[in-house]
Design a protein around this ligand. Structure first.
Ligand code: C2O
Ligand code: CU
Ligand code: CU
Length: 520
């Protein structure tokens, strides 16, 4: 292993906040060689992806400085890399299952970074684990043979203790996978496909981003912003033809959860979740999305009058389940929610179309195949003395795997995320530290088996759980206070070290994250 100096990083590191993650310097000592191009890997698509300092128009009142991805295609067709409409700074990479993609990631930031491909089943060295973070000026070459189902995935920085800051600064994008099963459905595509990335941000009087400050308490609560941005814009609007559309929604906020509904009162027709298309569409009046959760919905604007506007309405919640919608700016409240995206319906109405009856089929995960269904692997979420823990530990060294965190390749297991009381001691909060934690596992797509709660459901729990998307294949599941959620997953194709963590980015950076190892 080559020795490096990280003097340049120290400036950035010293911005790092006394009350915020503290072990950064220790983490920077162990570094691995960045992956380079393998001449034997024959890419179908090859792109350069740069993390740079830039600016963008996020709202009226002038440009906002941010960190962003830029990129260019070296090989493959022009649809492989685009930007979310309205933003120009949030990229979408499109690939087909079975394709090989090479991505030259260039870190032009003033601090270390690495990119994680959230949701992909992928080799350890390509997963963007923080152990592979590269210094400013360095390059990391990803070579990925895409083997995920058609669906909406996310890519974002994952350097330990800096993920929250870097995502907040604007780094992130969508990775959309297509496949043959999806082709055969003739789902709405092109201009009839609307990807929506939801995030919240706070601005100062000069329209610049304001983050969280250095109080540990704020980090524990997670960042919640004053405005909701959709595709990088406050007040996102789009003109849409009066026909069927496919809307891909992803919550890429640092910490907030959103409870969404349509302004005309119609149900969401959900056709996909984190890991791709469902077998059959599901209808529900609301959607509740924790950080990292995705949902694919079918919406047919043909029944709307020409010139009418349909809005996506959002209630915003902090991880401690405080509804802060009323404190946010933007368009006026409609009931308990605010419009975050508006669709102006134009043109002549098409004949209404419903989603296909059968959307997909995929190998079932069977609980009967699990090695541990009688005694699931427990992931206990707790808080002590102002820190969060999973199974009473915080994240250790980059490559440390707690001895109990070893699983067998090709085995199927049940994991149980337990968010029991989670009461804070010594926070002076009077027991206010009950939080919802969106739990994420790298490298797998799981099935949610059950969700139980001690002590019955509060009205708020009922309200939020009506919007859960616990079906299909998932890689994030929201675990409300007092809940235990059992999930079933199979460890396939790759051995190595992967992560699981709470996807509240401040919690992850505070160490609410562990390695696990898949062994042959
Ligand atoms: Cu979105 Cu560790 O991931
Ligand atoms: Cu991930
Ligand atoms: Cu958390």
């Amino acid at each position: 292993m080559k020795r490096r100096t990280f003097v340049k990083n120290l400036t950035a590191a010293s911005l790092l906040l006394s009350g915020a993650p503290s072990a950064l310097s220790a983490q920077m000592t162990q570094r691995l060689e960045p992956a380079t191009a393998n001449p034997a890997f024959m890419p179908d698509i090859e792109i350069i992806l740069r993390a740079v300092i830039g600016e963008a128009t996020l709202r009226e009142g002038g440009a906002t400085q941010l960190w962003r991805f830029t990129g260019e295609i070296m090989k493959g067709n022009a649809s492989a890399l685009n930007f979310l409409d309205g933003s120009g700074h949030l990229p979408i990479i499109r690939v087909r299952r079975g394709q090989k993609i090479r991505i030259h990631f260039e870190n032009q930031l003033p601090e270390q970074s690495i990119v994680h491909w959230h949701g992909l089943n992928i080799e350890q060295r390509m997963d963007g684990h923080p152990m592979y973070a590269i210094a400013p000026g360095e390059r990391y070459v990803y070579e990925i043979a895409i083997d995920n189902r058609a669906g909406t995935y996310w890519f974002h920085p994952h350097p330990h203790e800096r993920t929250s800051f870097q995502v907040y600064q604007g780094l992130g994008g969508m990775l959309i996978v297509h496949d043959e099963q999806e082709d055969s459905l003739n789902l709405p595509q092109g201009e009839h496909e609307i990807p929506l990335m939801i995030q919240d941000r706070t601005f100062d009087s000069a329209n610049q981003l304001v983050y969280i400050g250095n109080m540990r308490h704020n980090w524990m609560m997670g960042f919640s912003g004053d405005f909701v941005l959709v595709n990088g814009r406050v007040g996102y609007t789009k003109t849409v033809p009066r026909t069927a559309h496919r809307v891909r929604i992803i919550n890429t906020s640092n910490a907030s959860l959103y409870h969404l509904r349509w302004s005309d009162g119609s149900d969401f027709r959900v056709i996909g979740s984190d890991g791709g298309l469902l077998e059959n569409a599901v209808e529900q009046p609301a959607l509740t999305l924790g950080v990292g959760e995705r949902v694919d919905v079918w919406v047919d604007f043909s029944s709307q009058a020409a010139g009418s506007v349909v809005q996506l309405l959002a209630e915003s919640y902090t991880p401690s389940l405080q509804n802060f919608t009323a404190e946010q700016g933007g368009a006026p409240m409609q009931g308990s929610a605010r419009p975050i995206a508006s669709f102006q319906c134009e043109g002549s109405a098409a004949v209404p179309v419903a989603p296909p009856m059968q959307l997909s089929s995929y190998p079932a995960l069977n609980e009967s195949e699990a090695t541990n269904s009688a005694s699931p692997r427990a992931v206990r979420i707790s808080m002590m003395r102002g820190s969060f823990y999973l199974n009473n530990r915080t994240f250790g060294g980059m490559q440390d795997v707690p001895e109990e965190n070893v699983v067998k390749l090709d085995s199927t297991e049940v994991w149980e995320f337990a968010n029991d009381a989670s009461m804070g001691m010594g926070m002076g909060m009077g027991g206010m530290m009950q939080m919802a934690h969106p739990m994420h596992v790298h490298n797998v797509q799981f099935k949610v088996l059950s969700r139980t709660r001690q002590g019955g459901q509060s009205t708020l729990h009922q309200h939020l759980s009506a919007g859960f998307t616990d079906y299909g294949l998932k890689d994030v599941v929201l675990v409300l206070p007092g809940e235990r959620v059992r999930v079933l997953m199979k460890f396939e194709n790759h051995t190595g070290i992967y992560l699981y963590h709470c996807h509240i980015l401040e919690h992850e950076d505070l160490g609410m994250m562990h390695n696990y190892r898949i062994e042959a």
